[in-house]
Structure formats: structure tokens, C-alpha cells
Design a protein around this ligand. Structure first.
Ligand code: HEM
Ligand code: NAG
Length: 314
């Protein structure tokens, strides 16, 4: 089986979410191919500075960028890959924003993330432009800035690969993964104005000890955890891997959650978004959105590691 990128790496104390677009210069594609094929080497160089830092970097490639970067290589296009489709609910909209490349950089040390990003951007030069550069941090026991533990329902151990990695259904892309990111900012004054019980009903878990609450009866406005639970027609539940991180700056009044989800099946994340933004039943949206607004929304494909190596070989 082809070796995936570090999509299964653990949540670290720090992460950088870097989204770039490719500049329309004739040499840009070759520069980017060469930079992507040197990611393994660059990772080694930077992670050697502290072998205990849990460093990893995962590269995601957008739908249009995939075609541009793989032209003439014979690499196969992932079957489900397409640009993020905007979802407009009655009250809230999941916007679709540009992005050709995603670098999900993780380490237990902020300086290691910084150093990798610095060297990476030097390599890319003017071949790419930064559209977003977000620094996430761990907040206590992996809480989001709404105060809830985030990531509990993630698969662990042997359940991770079947949830996250493409397999026989698209064997040319086996070991790859779809990645969706959304950068949310919170209305903290509104959120902290709610009682703890009201917040818990919105999330679907208790705040202090992170216990799951029962679903609401059918027809009622469902909690976030219920709207984000997806079953296919045969009744199988499909989970995804979330590596969300808080970000922000109290001095600038910015409080956010950077959502990042890895999935073997892009449709599963899209269905989660539809249930959150349109609601189930329609009109009963996820009330987390009354206090959280996505500023971005972009879909990528994280190919297995050998694809990145191969991009530099011609
Ligand atoms: C403002 C942004 C968001 C915040 C603060 C947030 C926070 C949370 C929290 C606190 C939980 C409960 C603990 C856990 O199981 O991790 C949760 C569960 C979950 N969230 Fe989110 N979330 C956000 C956006 C999203 C988005 C955009 C998606 C998918 C497109 C998503 C998918 C999920 C899933 C799949 C679960 C687990 C459901 C279950 O099986 O129990 N979340 N989220
Ligand atoms: C990694 O470090 C070596 C030794 O300094 C250097 O020759 C090489 O170019 C570096 N690799 C990258 C991708 O920067």
C-alpha cells in the first residue's frame, strides 16, 4: 500500500495552517513541483532541530492546482475532487474561498512550525501567494475557544485509516485523503452571554466533563454533534479526522477555531456542512453558527507521499 502523508499525526501544541494560491507566471509550476518534492527533505532538516517536537507537515492540493501540477505526469485525478461548493442556508453561508495549496504544519514547538514555514516560503519564492496564514495553539485540555473539548469523537488507532484514507474505491489514489478547511471567527460576547446549559445544548456535550448528551426528538433543532453525525443509506456511520485548533488575539478582538477535517470520502464532510448550514430538518441549522462565522472554505486533496516525490522528477 502506498504510504500516506502524516495525516494521522497527533494533535500537537502548535500548528500553522498556510493556504497559498499559485501565481500565473510561466515558471511557477516548475518551482512548486520542485518545492513539493523537497518537502520530505525539508521536514527532515527542520525536525532534526528537535527530534521530540512531533513535527509533521501535510500538503493539500486544490482541484485546479491538481490539474496544473500533474499535467503530463500520468498521475490520476482523485474521483471526488472538486472545489469547495458554497452552501447557503436560510441564515448562514459556508463561503467558498480560493486556495491552491495547503500546508498543515504541526509541532509541539511554535518555533519549529515557524522555521519550516520560513524555509518553505523561501523555496516557493514568488511562485505562490499567501492567502491565509493562521497560527493555532492548544488551549488547555484541547478545548476550543468556546470552552469545549474538541476532537473527542475522532477515530483512534485501527479506526483511523478506514475513515481517512482512500482505498479500493479509487485505487489509483489509495493512501490519499480529502481535506476541507474553514477558518471560523466567534462572537465571544454573544456566546459568553449564554448560560452553560444553553451552550451544552448547542454542542451536545457537557462543558466541564465532556459527556455526550442525548439527541433531541425528531423535528427539534439538533445539537452540533448530532448534525455532524453522518450515516449512509445502509446505516453505516462515517467519521472523519478533525485537527481543529484555536487561534486569535484578545488584543485585536479575534477569537477563532480553524476547522480542518480529513476524510476518505469528500461527500461525508460536505454532508456534515449541509446539515450544519441548511439544517435537519431544513431551517433548523446548527446553532454553533449563530456564534461562529466561516471566513474561508477550501477543499484540497492530500496525496500519498510518493506523489509529492514524483512531482519533482521531470
Ligand atoms: C466553529 C467551528 C466548530 C467548532 C467550535 C466545533 C466544535 C466541536 C465540538 C466541541 C465537538 C464535540 C466534541 C468532539 O466530538 O470533538 C464537535 C464534534 C464534531 N464536529 Fe465540530 N466544531 C466546529 C465545526 C465543525 C465542522 C465545520 C464540521 C464538519 C464539517 C464538524 C464536525 C464535527 C464532527 C464530525 C463531530 C463529532 C460528532 C460525533 O460523532 O459525536 N465540526 N465539534
Ligand atoms: C537540507 O539540509 C541539507 C544540508 O544542509 C541541504 O543540503 C539541503 O538542501 C536541505 N534541504 C532542503 C530541502 O532545504
Amino acid at each position: 500500500m502506498s504510504v500516506p502523508q502524516a495525516v494521522q499525526a497527533p494533535l500537537t501544541k502548535a500548528a500553522t495552517f498556510l493556504v497559498l494560491t499559485i501565481n500565473p507566471s510561466p515558471s511557477a509550476i516548475n518551482t512548486i513541483r520542485s518545492a513539493l518534492s523537497s518537502i520530505a527533505d525539508l521536514s527532515k532538516n527542520v525536525s532534526l532541530r528537535d527530534l521530540n517536537s512531533q513535527f509533521s507537515c501535510t500538503v493539500g492540493i486544490g482541484s485546479d492546482a491538481w490539474d496544473a501540477l500533474t499535467a503530463g505526469t500520468g498521475l490520476h485525478r482523485p474521483k471526488e475532487l472538486h472545489p469547495f461548493r458554497q452552501i447557503a442556508g436560510a441564515r448562514h453561508t459556508a463561503v467558498s474561498t480560493p486556495g491552491d495549496l495547503l500546508f498543515h504544519i504541526r509541532a509541539d514547538r511554535r518555533d519549529i512550525c515557524f522555521e519550516f514555514e520560513r524555509q518553505l516560503l523561501l523555496k516557493l519564492g514568488d511562485a505562490a501567494a499567501v492567502v491565509d496564514d493562521t497560527q493555532g495553539f492548544r488551549y488547555f485540555d484541547a478545548r476550543d475557544l468556546l470552552g469545549f473539548v474538541d476532537g473527542t469523537a475522532n477515530p483512534i488507532g485501527p479506526d483511523v485509516p478506514p475513515a481517512v484514507l482512500i482505498a479500493d474505491e479509487d485505487s489509483d489514489c489509495a493512501g490519499g485523503s480529502y481535506v476541507v478547511v474553514q477558518k471560523y471567527v466567534h462572537d465571544m460576547a454573544g456566546w459568553t452571554g449564554l448560560s452553560t446549559e444553553a451552550q451544552e445544548a448547542i454542542i451536545g456535550r457537557t462543558k466541564m466533563d465532556n459527556m455526550e448528551l442525548d439527541d433531541q426528538p425528531d423535528g427539534h433543532q439538533q445539537a452540533h454533534k448530532t448534525l455532524a453525525t453522518i450515516e449512509d443509506e445502509a446505516g453505516n456511520e462515517h467519521s472523519i479526522m478533525r485537527d481543529n485548533m484555536p487561534f486569535g488575539s484578545p488584543g485585536s478582538g479575534v477569537f477563532g477555531t480553524y476547522f480542518i477535517g480529513y476524510s476518505r470520502r469528500l461527500w461525508v464532510i460536505e454532508k456534515m456542512l449541509e446539515r450544519m448550514f441548511v439544517g435537519d430538518p431544513p431551517g433548523k441549522h446548527d446553532r454553533i453558527l449563530d456564534f461562529s462565522t466561516p471566513l474561508t472554505g477550501t477543499t484540497f486533496y492530500a496525496p500519498p507521499a510518493w506523489v509529492l516525490d514524483q512531482l519533482g522528477s521531470d
